[in-house]
Design a protein around this ligand. Structure first.
Ligand code: ACO
Length: 432
Protein backbone atom coordinates (compact mmCIF):
# COMPACT_ATOMS: atom_id res chain seq x y z
CA UNK A 1 0.00 0.00 0.00
CA UNK A 2 1.26 3.51 -0.83
CA UNK A 3 1.12 6.09 1.95
CA UNK A 4 -0.69 8.51 -0.39
CA UNK A 5 -4.38 9.06 0.29
CA UNK A 6 -6.92 10.83 -1.88
CA UNK A 7 -10.26 12.26 -0.90
CA UNK A 8 -13.24 12.32 -3.17
CA UNK A 9 -16.04 14.70 -2.26
CA UNK A 10 -19.41 14.96 -3.92
CA UNK A 11 -19.87 18.74 -3.76
CA UNK A 12 -23.66 18.42 -4.17
CA UNK A 13 -24.20 16.11 -1.17
CA UNK A 14 -21.03 16.83 0.78
CA UNK A 15 -20.38 13.07 1.04
CA UNK A 16 -16.68 12.25 1.14
CA UNK A 17 -14.72 9.06 0.89
CA UNK A 18 -11.05 8.27 1.18
CA UNK A 19 -9.38 6.53 -1.72
CA UNK A 20 -6.31 4.42 -1.02
CA UNK A 21 -3.38 4.47 -3.41
CA UNK A 22 -1.36 1.34 -4.08
CA UNK A 23 2.33 1.47 -4.92
CA UNK A 24 4.05 -0.67 -7.54
CA UNK A 25 7.71 -1.66 -7.27
CA UNK A 26 8.43 1.15 -9.76
CA UNK A 27 6.16 3.47 -11.73
CA UNK A 28 3.18 5.57 -10.75
CA UNK A 29 0.90 4.60 -7.87
CA UNK A 30 -2.65 3.61 -8.69
CA UNK A 31 -5.76 4.82 -6.92
CA UNK A 32 -8.18 2.08 -6.00
CA UNK A 33 -11.67 2.98 -7.24
CA UNK A 34 -13.44 -0.29 -6.53
CA UNK A 35 -15.73 1.35 -3.93
CA UNK A 36 -16.61 4.39 -6.04
CA UNK A 37 -19.96 3.14 -7.32
CA UNK A 38 -20.97 1.76 -3.92
CA UNK A 39 -20.07 5.02 -2.11
CA UNK A 40 -21.05 7.64 -4.70
CA UNK A 41 -23.14 5.89 -7.38
CA UNK A 42 -20.83 6.99 -10.21
CA UNK A 43 -18.47 5.22 -12.61
CA UNK A 44 -15.13 6.51 -13.89
CA UNK A 45 -14.98 7.54 -17.56
CA UNK A 46 -11.64 6.91 -19.26
CA UNK A 47 -12.02 6.17 -22.99
CA UNK A 48 -8.95 4.43 -24.38
CA UNK A 49 -7.87 3.64 -20.79
CA UNK A 50 -5.59 6.70 -20.79
CA UNK A 51 -5.33 6.68 -16.98
CA UNK A 52 -6.53 3.23 -15.99
CA UNK A 53 -4.48 0.29 -14.72
CA UNK A 54 -6.57 -2.77 -15.56
CA UNK A 55 -4.67 -5.35 -13.53
CA UNK A 56 -1.66 -6.13 -11.35
CA UNK A 57 1.27 -7.57 -13.26
CA UNK A 58 4.83 -8.71 -12.54
CA UNK A 59 5.88 -9.16 -16.16
CA UNK A 60 6.84 -6.00 -18.06
CA UNK A 61 7.54 -2.41 -17.03
CA UNK A 62 7.55 0.61 -19.34
CA UNK A 63 8.55 4.16 -18.47
CA UNK A 64 7.30 5.99 -21.54
CA UNK A 65 8.88 9.33 -20.59
CA UNK A 66 12.33 7.88 -20.03
CA UNK A 67 12.12 5.36 -22.91
CA UNK A 68 12.64 2.36 -20.60
CA UNK A 69 11.38 -1.18 -21.22
CA UNK A 70 12.05 -4.02 -18.75
CA UNK A 71 11.02 -7.67 -19.08
CA UNK A 72 10.85 -9.12 -15.55
CA UNK A 73 13.27 -6.33 -14.55
CA UNK A 74 15.82 -6.90 -17.32
CA UNK A 75 16.43 -3.91 -19.68
CA UNK A 76 15.42 -4.65 -23.26
CA UNK A 77 18.82 -3.59 -24.65
CA UNK A 78 20.62 -6.17 -22.46
CA UNK A 79 18.24 -8.92 -23.54
CA UNK A 80 18.57 -7.84 -27.18
CA UNK A 81 22.36 -8.02 -26.92
CA UNK A 82 22.79 -11.23 -24.94
CA UNK A 83 19.64 -13.36 -24.98
CA UNK A 84 17.53 -15.32 -27.47
CA UNK A 85 13.81 -15.27 -28.12
CA UNK A 86 13.33 -18.68 -26.54
CA UNK A 87 15.22 -17.67 -23.40
CA UNK A 88 13.14 -14.48 -23.25
CA UNK A 89 9.98 -16.58 -23.63
CA UNK A 90 11.11 -18.67 -20.63
CA UNK A 91 11.81 -15.49 -18.66
CA UNK A 92 8.40 -14.01 -19.46
CA UNK A 93 6.59 -17.25 -18.60
CA UNK A 94 8.49 -18.11 -15.43
CA UNK A 95 9.73 -14.82 -14.03
CA UNK A 96 13.44 -15.78 -13.95
CA UNK A 97 16.11 -16.51 -16.52
CA UNK A 98 16.64 -20.28 -16.79
CA UNK A 99 19.79 -22.05 -15.67
CA UNK A 100 21.40 -24.42 -18.20
CA UNK A 101 19.28 -27.45 -17.19
CA UNK A 102 16.05 -25.49 -17.11
CA UNK A 103 16.74 -24.05 -20.55
CA UNK A 104 17.62 -27.47 -21.98
CA UNK A 105 14.37 -28.94 -20.63
CA UNK A 106 12.33 -26.00 -21.93
CA UNK A 107 13.97 -26.17 -25.36
CA UNK A 108 13.37 -29.95 -25.50
CA UNK A 109 9.71 -29.50 -24.63
CA UNK A 110 9.28 -26.79 -27.28
CA UNK A 111 11.04 -28.99 -29.87
CA UNK A 112 8.69 -31.89 -29.09
CA UNK A 113 5.64 -29.72 -29.82
CA UNK A 114 6.60 -28.07 -33.12
CA UNK A 115 4.57 -30.27 -35.49
CA UNK A 116 0.93 -29.55 -36.30
CA UNK A 117 -1.71 -32.24 -36.31
CA UNK A 118 -2.10 -33.18 -40.02
CA UNK A 119 -5.83 -32.39 -39.94
CA UNK A 120 -5.02 -28.93 -38.67
CA UNK A 121 -2.44 -28.51 -41.42
CA UNK A 122 -5.02 -29.66 -43.97
CA UNK A 123 -7.34 -26.87 -42.85
CA UNK A 124 -5.08 -24.41 -44.67
CA UNK A 125 -6.22 -25.92 -47.98
CA UNK A 126 -9.72 -24.64 -47.22
CA UNK A 127 -8.55 -21.02 -47.40
CA UNK A 128 -8.54 -19.07 -50.65
CA UNK A 129 -4.99 -18.61 -51.98
CA UNK A 130 -5.12 -14.85 -51.39
CA UNK A 131 -6.52 -15.02 -47.84
CA UNK A 132 -4.73 -12.57 -45.53
CA UNK A 133 -2.28 -14.62 -43.43
CA UNK A 134 -3.54 -12.99 -40.21
CA UNK A 135 -7.03 -14.32 -40.97
CA UNK A 136 -5.58 -17.81 -41.41
CA UNK A 137 -3.42 -17.60 -38.27
CA UNK A 138 -6.24 -16.40 -36.01
CA UNK A 139 -8.56 -19.12 -37.36
CA UNK A 140 -5.98 -21.91 -37.00
CA UNK A 141 -5.01 -20.82 -33.47
CA UNK A 142 -8.70 -20.80 -32.46
CA UNK A 143 -9.10 -24.24 -34.09
CA UNK A 144 -6.34 -25.70 -31.89
CA UNK A 145 -8.92 -25.97 -29.10
CA UNK A 146 -10.71 -28.56 -31.23
CA UNK A 147 -7.54 -30.66 -31.45
CA UNK A 148 -6.08 -30.30 -27.97
CA UNK A 149 -9.21 -30.18 -25.81
CA UNK A 150 -7.73 -32.86 -23.53
CA UNK A 151 -5.40 -30.19 -22.10
CA UNK A 152 -7.58 -27.10 -21.88
CA UNK A 153 -8.63 -27.33 -18.25
CA UNK A 154 -7.54 -23.82 -17.31
CA UNK A 155 -7.58 -24.68 -13.58
CA UNK A 156 -5.02 -27.48 -14.03
CA UNK A 157 -1.45 -26.11 -13.79
CA UNK A 158 -0.02 -28.96 -15.91
CA UNK A 159 -2.63 -28.34 -18.64
CA UNK A 160 -1.70 -24.66 -18.62
CA UNK A 161 1.99 -25.52 -19.00
CA UNK A 162 1.33 -27.91 -21.89
CA UNK A 163 -0.81 -25.25 -23.60
CA UNK A 164 1.95 -22.63 -23.13
CA UNK A 165 4.66 -24.84 -24.62
CA UNK A 166 2.38 -26.08 -27.38
CA UNK A 167 1.34 -22.67 -28.69
CA UNK A 168 4.86 -21.18 -28.48
CA UNK A 169 6.24 -24.25 -30.30
CA UNK A 170 3.56 -24.37 -32.99
CA UNK A 171 3.08 -20.68 -33.81
CA UNK A 172 6.14 -20.60 -36.18
CA UNK A 173 4.77 -23.73 -37.91
CA UNK A 174 1.37 -22.05 -38.29
CA UNK A 175 2.94 -18.81 -39.57
CA UNK A 176 5.07 -20.73 -42.10
CA UNK A 177 2.07 -22.78 -43.28
CA UNK A 178 0.09 -19.56 -43.87
CA UNK A 179 3.01 -18.24 -45.94
CA UNK A 180 3.47 -21.44 -47.95
CA UNK A 181 -0.27 -21.65 -48.61
CA UNK A 182 -0.30 -18.13 -50.05
CA UNK A 183 2.68 -19.06 -52.29
CA UNK A 184 1.19 -22.39 -53.34
CA UNK A 185 4.34 -24.18 -52.15
CA UNK A 186 4.38 -27.44 -50.15
CA UNK A 187 4.51 -27.09 -46.37
CA UNK A 188 7.95 -27.65 -44.88
CA UNK A 189 7.95 -29.68 -41.67
CA UNK A 190 9.75 -28.38 -38.57
CA UNK A 191 13.36 -29.38 -38.03
CA UNK A 192 14.06 -30.01 -34.39
CA UNK A 193 17.85 -29.92 -34.88
CA UNK A 194 17.59 -26.17 -35.51
CA UNK A 195 17.12 -23.42 -32.94
CA UNK A 196 13.69 -21.78 -32.66
CA UNK A 197 14.25 -18.94 -35.15
CA UNK A 198 16.41 -20.88 -37.64
CA UNK A 199 13.67 -23.53 -37.74
CA UNK A 200 11.13 -20.81 -38.51
CA UNK A 201 13.30 -19.46 -41.37
CA UNK A 202 13.78 -22.99 -42.72
CA UNK A 203 10.01 -23.64 -42.71
CA UNK A 204 9.50 -20.34 -44.57
CA UNK A 205 12.20 -20.52 -47.19
CA UNK A 206 13.20 -24.15 -47.77
CA UNK A 207 11.69 -25.95 -50.77
CA UNK A 208 11.88 -29.67 -51.56
CA UNK A 209 13.79 -29.18 -54.82
CA UNK A 210 17.00 -27.53 -53.59
CA UNK A 211 19.08 -27.24 -50.42
CA UNK A 212 18.52 -24.26 -48.13
CA UNK A 213 20.93 -23.11 -45.44
CA UNK A 214 19.84 -20.63 -42.81
CA UNK A 215 22.06 -17.53 -42.85
CA UNK A 216 23.28 -16.81 -39.32
CA UNK A 217 22.86 -13.01 -39.63
CA UNK A 218 19.30 -13.49 -40.89
CA UNK A 219 18.53 -15.75 -37.94
CA UNK A 220 20.09 -13.26 -35.52
CA UNK A 221 18.17 -10.31 -36.99
CA UNK A 222 14.88 -12.22 -36.91
CA UNK A 223 15.50 -13.44 -33.36
CA UNK A 224 16.25 -9.87 -32.29
CA UNK A 225 12.93 -8.68 -33.70
CA UNK A 226 11.19 -11.52 -31.85
CA UNK A 227 12.85 -10.48 -28.55
CA UNK A 228 11.81 -6.85 -29.05
CA UNK A 229 8.21 -7.77 -29.89
CA UNK A 230 7.82 -10.45 -27.21
CA UNK A 231 5.88 -8.35 -24.70
CA UNK A 232 4.72 -4.81 -24.02
CA UNK A 233 2.57 -4.91 -20.87
CA UNK A 234 -1.15 -4.13 -21.26
CA UNK A 235 -1.22 -3.14 -24.97
CA UNK A 236 -4.45 -3.59 -26.96
CA UNK A 237 -3.86 -7.22 -28.01
CA UNK A 238 -2.61 -8.34 -24.57
CA UNK A 239 -5.56 -6.64 -22.91
CA UNK A 240 -7.78 -8.44 -25.43
CA UNK A 241 -6.22 -11.80 -24.44
CA UNK A 242 -6.81 -10.97 -20.78
CA UNK A 243 -10.40 -9.82 -21.34
CA UNK A 244 -11.31 -12.85 -23.46
CA UNK A 245 -9.44 -15.17 -21.07
CA UNK A 246 -11.19 -13.67 -18.02
CA UNK A 247 -14.42 -15.33 -19.18
CA UNK A 248 -12.80 -18.73 -18.62
CA UNK A 249 -12.74 -19.52 -22.34
CA UNK A 250 -10.13 -22.00 -23.58
CA UNK A 251 -6.68 -20.43 -23.94
CA UNK A 252 -6.47 -20.91 -27.72
CA UNK A 253 -9.61 -18.79 -28.12
CA UNK A 254 -8.04 -16.07 -25.96
CA UNK A 255 -4.80 -16.07 -28.00
CA UNK A 256 -6.77 -16.03 -31.23
CA UNK A 257 -8.61 -12.93 -29.98
CA UNK A 258 -5.20 -11.35 -29.37
CA UNK A 259 -4.08 -12.18 -32.93
CA UNK A 260 -7.18 -10.42 -34.28
CA UNK A 261 -6.63 -7.34 -32.12
CA UNK A 262 -3.00 -7.13 -33.22
CA UNK A 263 -4.04 -7.00 -36.87
CA UNK A 264 -5.22 -3.36 -36.81
CA UNK A 265 -3.02 -0.62 -38.36
CA UNK A 266 -2.97 1.34 -35.08
CA UNK A 267 -1.30 -1.69 -33.44
CA UNK A 268 0.64 -4.55 -35.08
CA UNK A 269 -0.45 -3.67 -38.60
CA UNK A 270 1.63 -0.49 -38.46
CA UNK A 271 4.85 -2.00 -39.91
CA UNK A 272 2.95 -3.06 -43.02
CA UNK A 273 1.51 0.47 -43.22
CA UNK A 274 5.00 2.01 -42.82
CA UNK A 275 6.29 0.31 -45.97
CA UNK A 276 3.16 1.31 -47.89
CA UNK A 277 3.72 4.89 -46.72
CA UNK A 278 7.42 4.87 -47.72
CA UNK A 279 6.45 3.50 -51.11
CA UNK A 280 3.86 6.27 -51.51
CA UNK A 281 6.41 8.96 -50.55
CA UNK A 282 8.82 7.44 -53.04
CA UNK A 283 11.78 9.77 -52.61
CA UNK A 284 13.36 12.22 -50.18
CA UNK A 285 12.22 15.15 -52.32
CA UNK A 286 8.58 14.31 -51.50
CA UNK A 287 9.06 14.14 -47.71
CA UNK A 288 8.20 17.79 -47.01
CA UNK A 289 5.00 17.56 -49.03
CA UNK A 290 4.01 14.31 -47.27
CA UNK A 291 4.62 15.82 -43.83
CA UNK A 292 2.46 18.81 -44.81
CA UNK A 293 -0.39 16.35 -45.46
CA UNK A 294 0.25 14.61 -42.12
CA UNK A 295 0.08 17.92 -40.28
CA UNK A 296 -3.14 18.95 -42.00
CA UNK A 297 -5.71 17.59 -39.54
CA UNK A 298 -8.40 17.33 -42.20
CA UNK A 299 -6.23 15.12 -44.41
CA UNK A 300 -6.57 12.03 -42.18
CA UNK A 301 -2.96 11.01 -42.95
CA UNK A 302 -0.68 9.80 -40.13
CA UNK A 303 3.04 9.32 -40.12
CA UNK A 304 2.93 5.56 -39.63
CA UNK A 305 5.52 4.09 -37.26
CA UNK A 306 5.52 7.34 -35.27
CA UNK A 307 3.84 8.03 -31.95
CA UNK A 308 2.90 5.72 -29.15
CA UNK A 309 0.32 5.74 -26.38
CA UNK A 310 2.97 5.16 -23.73
CA UNK A 311 6.33 6.31 -25.14
CA UNK A 312 6.64 10.08 -25.15
CA UNK A 313 10.33 9.68 -25.86
CA UNK A 314 12.29 7.31 -28.11
CA UNK A 315 10.83 3.82 -28.17
CA UNK A 316 13.98 1.93 -26.99
CA UNK A 317 13.13 -0.87 -29.42
CA UNK A 318 13.24 1.50 -32.41
CA UNK A 319 16.88 2.42 -31.66
CA UNK A 320 17.92 -1.25 -31.47
CA UNK A 321 16.07 -2.12 -34.69
CA UNK A 322 17.58 0.85 -36.54
CA UNK A 323 21.06 -0.46 -35.64
CA UNK A 324 20.16 -3.95 -36.86
CA UNK A 325 18.80 -2.42 -40.08
CA UNK A 326 22.26 -0.95 -40.73
CA UNK A 327 23.85 -4.41 -40.22
CA UNK A 328 21.37 -6.38 -42.33
CA UNK A 329 21.28 -3.90 -45.19
CA UNK A 330 25.05 -3.47 -44.94
CA UNK A 331 25.35 -7.19 -45.66
CA UNK A 332 22.52 -7.54 -48.14
CA UNK A 333 22.45 -4.08 -49.75
CA UNK A 334 20.14 -4.31 -52.72
CA UNK A 335 16.54 -3.37 -53.14
CA UNK A 336 15.72 -2.32 -49.57
CA UNK A 337 18.57 0.17 -49.03
CA UNK A 338 16.82 3.16 -50.69
CA UNK A 339 13.75 2.50 -48.52
CA UNK A 340 15.94 2.51 -45.40
CA UNK A 341 17.64 5.74 -46.50
CA UNK A 342 14.24 7.31 -47.07
CA UNK A 343 13.08 6.17 -43.62
CA UNK A 344 16.22 7.62 -41.99
CA UNK A 345 15.67 10.95 -43.74
CA UNK A 346 11.97 10.99 -42.86
CA UNK A 347 12.83 10.35 -39.20
CA UNK A 348 15.48 13.10 -39.22
CA UNK A 349 13.12 15.67 -40.74
CA UNK A 350 10.13 14.73 -38.53
CA UNK A 351 12.23 14.89 -35.34
CA UNK A 352 13.10 18.52 -36.15
CA UNK A 353 9.55 19.49 -36.96
CA UNK A 354 7.61 21.46 -34.33
CA UNK A 355 4.44 19.38 -34.93
CA UNK A 356 6.13 16.12 -33.91
CA UNK A 357 8.39 17.69 -31.25
CA UNK A 358 5.51 19.41 -29.41
CA UNK A 359 3.41 16.23 -29.42
CA UNK A 360 6.37 14.07 -28.35
CA UNK A 361 5.99 11.82 -31.39
CA UNK A 362 9.03 9.58 -31.89
CA UNK A 363 9.64 6.51 -34.07
CA UNK A 364 8.07 3.42 -32.55
CA UNK A 365 9.08 -0.25 -32.88
CA UNK A 366 7.35 -0.53 -36.24
CA UNK A 367 9.10 2.32 -38.04
CA UNK A 368 12.08 0.12 -38.99
CA UNK A 369 10.95 -3.46 -38.35
CA UNK A 370 9.22 -3.81 -41.73
CA UNK A 371 12.40 -2.77 -43.54
CA UNK A 372 14.34 -5.64 -41.90
CA UNK A 373 11.54 -8.13 -42.55
CA UNK A 374 11.46 -7.05 -46.16
CA UNK A 375 15.26 -7.35 -46.50
CA UNK A 376 15.00 -10.88 -45.05
CA UNK A 377 12.49 -11.83 -47.74
CA UNK A 378 9.34 -11.69 -45.62
CA UNK A 379 6.47 -10.25 -47.69
CA UNK A 380 4.54 -7.30 -46.35
CA UNK A 381 1.33 -9.24 -45.72
CA UNK A 382 3.31 -11.48 -43.32
CA UNK A 383 4.76 -8.67 -41.16
CA UNK A 384 1.94 -8.69 -38.62
CA UNK A 385 2.11 -12.49 -38.48
CA UNK A 386 5.78 -12.21 -37.49
CA UNK A 387 4.73 -9.80 -34.75
CA UNK A 388 2.03 -12.24 -33.58
CA UNK A 389 4.57 -15.07 -33.54
CA UNK A 390 6.84 -13.08 -31.24
CA UNK A 391 4.05 -11.63 -29.08
CA UNK A 392 2.64 -15.11 -28.39
CA UNK A 393 5.21 -15.47 -25.57
CA UNK A 394 3.89 -12.28 -23.96
CA UNK A 395 0.20 -13.10 -24.48
CA UNK A 396 0.67 -16.55 -22.94
CA UNK A 397 2.59 -15.12 -19.97
CA UNK A 398 -0.18 -12.59 -19.26
CA UNK A 399 -2.87 -15.24 -19.62
CA UNK A 400 -0.99 -17.54 -17.20
CA UNK A 401 -0.51 -14.70 -14.72
CA UNK A 402 -4.20 -13.83 -14.86
CA UNK A 403 -5.55 -17.37 -14.56
CA UNK A 404 -3.24 -18.22 -11.63
CA UNK A 405 -4.38 -15.09 -9.75
CA UNK A 406 -6.98 -16.16 -7.15
CA UNK A 407 -8.57 -12.68 -7.24
CA UNK A 408 -9.21 -12.87 -11.00
CA UNK A 409 -12.59 -11.46 -12.02
CA UNK A 410 -14.32 -11.45 -15.38
CA UNK A 411 -13.46 -8.17 -17.18
CA UNK A 412 -16.68 -6.20 -17.44
CA UNK A 413 -16.36 -2.43 -18.01
CA UNK A 414 -19.34 -0.09 -17.58
CA UNK A 415 -20.39 2.81 -19.82
CA UNK A 416 -21.81 6.30 -20.02
CA UNK A 417 -25.20 5.63 -21.62
CA UNK A 418 -26.31 8.32 -24.09
CA UNK A 419 -29.11 6.43 -25.88
CA UNK A 420 -32.86 6.97 -25.60
CA UNK A 421 -34.63 6.74 -22.27
CA UNK A 422 -37.32 4.07 -21.83
CA UNK A 423 -40.10 4.19 -24.46
CA UNK A 424 -42.94 1.89 -25.51
CA UNK A 425 -42.90 -0.51 -28.45
CA UNK A 426 -45.17 0.55 -31.35
CA UNK A 427 -46.54 -2.08 -33.76
CA UNK A 428 -45.24 -1.70 -37.32
CA UNK A 429 -48.55 -0.36 -38.67
CA UNK A 430 -48.53 2.51 -36.20
CA UNK A 431 -44.98 3.67 -36.98
CA UNK A 432 -44.62 6.68 -39.28
N1 ACO B 1 1.17 11.08 -37.20
C1 ACO B 1 0.65 12.32 -37.06
N2 ACO B 1 0.07 12.78 -35.94
C2 ACO B 1 0.03 11.94 -34.90
C3 ACO B 1 0.55 10.63 -34.98
C4 ACO B 1 1.14 10.21 -36.17
N3 ACO B 1 1.65 9.00 -36.31
N4 ACO B 1 0.37 10.01 -33.79
C5 ACO B 1 -0.26 10.90 -33.01
N5 ACO B 1 -0.45 12.07 -33.67
C6 ACO B 1 -1.03 13.31 -33.14
C7 ACO B 1 -2.55 13.24 -33.03
O1 ACO B 1 -3.16 13.70 -34.21
C8 ACO B 1 -2.82 14.11 -31.84
O2 ACO B 1 -2.70 15.44 -32.24
P1 ACO B 1 -3.64 16.58 -31.56
O3 ACO B 1 -3.24 16.60 -30.12
O4 ACO B 1 -3.31 17.83 -32.30
O5 ACO B 1 -5.05 16.14 -31.77
C9 ACO B 1 -1.64 13.82 -30.91
O6 ACO B 1 -0.56 13.45 -31.79
C10 ACO B 1 -1.89 12.69 -29.91
O7 ACO B 1 -2.27 11.53 -30.65
P2 ACO B 1 -3.34 10.46 -30.19
O8 ACO B 1 -3.93 9.81 -31.38
O9 ACO B 1 -4.26 11.07 -29.18
O10 ACO B 1 -2.39 9.44 -29.42
P3 ACO B 1 -2.76 7.97 -29.03
O11 ACO B 1 -1.96 7.64 -27.84
O12 ACO B 1 -4.24 7.80 -28.93
O13 ACO B 1 -2.28 7.12 -30.31
C11 ACO B 1 -1.03 5.76 -31.76
C12 ACO B 1 -1.14 6.35 -30.33
C13 ACO B 1 -2.33 5.04 -32.12
C14 ACO B 1 0.11 4.76 -31.79
C15 ACO B 1 -0.77 6.93 -32.74
O14 ACO B 1 0.42 7.61 -32.40
C16 ACO B 1 -0.71 6.45 -34.20
O15 ACO B 1 -1.76 6.31 -34.85
N6 ACO B 1 0.54 6.20 -34.74
C17 ACO B 1 0.66 5.67 -36.07
C18 ACO B 1 0.36 4.18 -36.10
C19 ACO B 1 1.48 3.37 -35.48
O16 ACO B 1 2.65 3.55 -35.78
N7 ACO B 1 1.09 2.40 -34.63
C20 ACO B 1 2.02 1.47 -33.99
C21 ACO B 1 2.11 1.72 -32.53
S1 ACO B 1 3.31 0.66 -31.82
C22 ACO B 1 2.52 -0.82 -31.67
O17 ACO B 1 1.32 -0.93 -31.53
C23 ACO B 1 3.33 -1.97 -31.73
Amino acid sequence: MSNKKFQLTNLATGKSSELDARAGTIGPDVVSLAGLYKDHGVFTFDPGFMATASCESHITYIDGDAGVLLYRGYPIDQLAQHSSHLEVAYLLLNGELPNANEFRDFHDSIRRHTMLNESLLNMFHGFHHNAHPMAMVSAIVASMAAFYHDTTDIYDARHREIFAHRIIAKIPTIAAAAYKHALGQPFVYPRNDLDYTSNMLNMFFAVPCEPYTVDSLHAKAMDLLFILHADHEQNASTSTVRLAGSTGCNPYAAISAGVSALWGPAHGGANEAVLEMLEEIGSVKNVADFLRRVKDKDGGVRLMGFGHRVYKNFDPRAKIIREMCHKVLGQLGGADSPTFELALKLEEIALQDEYFVSRKLYPNVDFYSGIIYSALGIPRSMFTVMFALARTAGWVSHWLEMIADPSMKIGRPRQLYLGPTQRDYLPLVKRK
